[in-house]
Design a protein around this ligand. Sequence first.
Ligand code: AHR
Length: 306
Amino acid sequence: LTGCAGGDSGSSGEGDDNIVVGFSQVGAESGWRTANTTDIKSAFEDAGIELKFSDAQQKQENQIKAIRSFIQQQVDVIAFSPVVESGWDTVLKEAKDAGIPVVLTDRAVDSEDESLYVSFLGSDFILEGERAGDWVNTEFADTDQVNIVELQGTTGAAPANDRAEGFRNVVTDPKFEIIATQTGDFTRAGGKQVMEAFLKSNPDIDLVYAHNDDMGLGAIEAIEAAGLVPGQDIKIVTVDAVKDGMQALADGKINFIVECSPLLGAQLVEIVEKVVAGEDVESRIVTEETTFTQEQAIEALPDRQY
Ligand code: AHR
């Protein structure tokens, strides 16, 4: 895929000092998001590229406004992490018509027209869900009936859709039953609130599958408040591997974490520089990630950056 930088954006090709990038962030809903914002800001600062940063507070309408404002300001590149997958075609077409390339960061859109963006940098969320599911299959290999509750991410967000799908791709044995599933909006408070409700209506929960660490940490609070022991009475598997999550895993309150890396800044800078220079960029760049058991979390924690 060829970068279509420039158009009437003015400063393209004159060196990093003159590049201006508009970035619309989802919000500050989780530890992952905070780490992602910090990493992106510092990568652009290190590269000497001006970053116009806008926090959408988890609202699509705010992201659309921010993107329109970046178009008006004729930035060289727009990057954004879409809060939900659908509903972007109109504003992405406006960016394309203005000659401003768009890079999707972290999350995908479901636009059929892939010419509306030059690249998508981020994790394979389906694989993350499958990795969580693989652990569940092994962990409960000798158990007859397993009652699962699921704390979903933001409704309509790519990581919520895909982590739900990936998990179901591999957790197929009929002995596994997802007895309740609800969104906790990727927040700790949301995870706690939904888990409290789950505990009230379901006396026999074996496992929590939380789409991120923060919701898992909220679930731990709810489980402890109900007089149960997280990690033992109710097992917990989450996604992200931020420091607080890793600490809970090391402490035995979470049982397994699938990593989702927020450190996308350096790769995003590289894409921006290539696009502005008119070089080819890969249309899909998948983040490299791993998984963590309790022992691995204890080992990794001292060096964990976020
Ligand atoms: O899009 C990535 C997801 O968004 C992270 O897993 C979650 O913590 C964040 O809010």
